[in-house]
Design a protein around this ligand. Sequence first.
Ligand SMILES: Cc1ncc(COP(=O)(O)O)c(C=O)c1O
Length: 374
Amino acid sequence: MNLFDVYPINNIIIEKALGSNVWDDQGNQYLDMYGGHAVISIGHTHPHYVKRLTEQLNKVGFYSNSVKIPIQQQLAEKLGKLSGKPDYQLFLVNSGAEANENALKLASFFNGKKKVIAFKNSFHGRTSLAVAVTDNPKIVAPVNQTDNVIFLPWEDEAALEAAFKANEISSVIIEGIQGVGGIKVASASFLQKIRSLCDQYNAVFIADSVQCGYGRSGKFFSHDHAGVNADIYTMAKGMGNGFPIGGIIIAPHIKPAYGMLGTTFGGNHLACAAALAVLETMENENLIANAEKVGNYLISELKKFPQVTEVRGRGLMIGIELPESLNHVRKELLFKHKIFTGEAKPNVIRLLPSLALTMEHANEFLTAFSKELN
Ligand SMILES: Cc1ncc(COP(=O)(O)O)c(C=O)c1O
């Protein structure tokens, strides 16, 4: 049997990983400034993570949501504490798309309305509703097309007000920092405007924090920089440091009912152990503060390169926009300097490393980057 060939891949086999480094099958060492697409939050094969997962696996790896799973409650408590939202309610799933799918559905159950506002260049996942609110017609199949989604220009407050006046809006979904869209930071005033319109019209504010959340921006949720609370936060990627887990946290005024949401795998013992190990490590090692410190340093150093068109982002979610003439730099970083980075079209290098990235690693990247630019 062949694999269904949907990924343009690099000809590299990774065999070993530790912290912010990975090694290929030829023994080459790489610096991971990509974190496997923003997934590696506390560093590869962190000893506490490996220990906690191994211990859990030796006890019980899975049982369904038909029995009590105390580790889910432990996770909810830790997440409430670290995110500063202890009164929210946690529903556990397995991926970012699934988190957004459930958030949009729950919003509609809550207020009985159908229309969703999403924004130009958004990415929210590939399943039915998640892809319908994603601004990329190439990945929307005919069966996913719906009249229920209204795409608005990014940061256009007048268009937002007009859309609320003209439609029965159920929810607004927004990434605090657009990832796939090229690392675009939503302004505090735009997020505050969404908050006030959602309050005025009884709509649900959904903060897609799948990529920009979980400490990456230097605060637990990047939307926190605006000083507003969303009604539902969706999360995945960094939550399990590579173990598939996602979740939504839900404000107290949205009440649950039996059967409203559900999943077979979501919240299983092993996934919860992974997620707890991540939060414990983030807390013990002050990783959110580290993301802010190392991220600020990288951003300020990157801004000094005259060849760079623009540097955008917050914490360790950084976009480096380059002119067309430098579109080879990302490949050179990988094959010459052995540094993994991400990309966004047309010509943005995306840095999404572990939140435990050290200043030495940051300097290693800057030295290689500087060599390639000059
Ligand atoms: C902002 C955002 N939302 C949702 C998703 C979908 O997550 P997943 O691939 O886990 O379904 C992604 C994935 O890149 C993302 O960046």
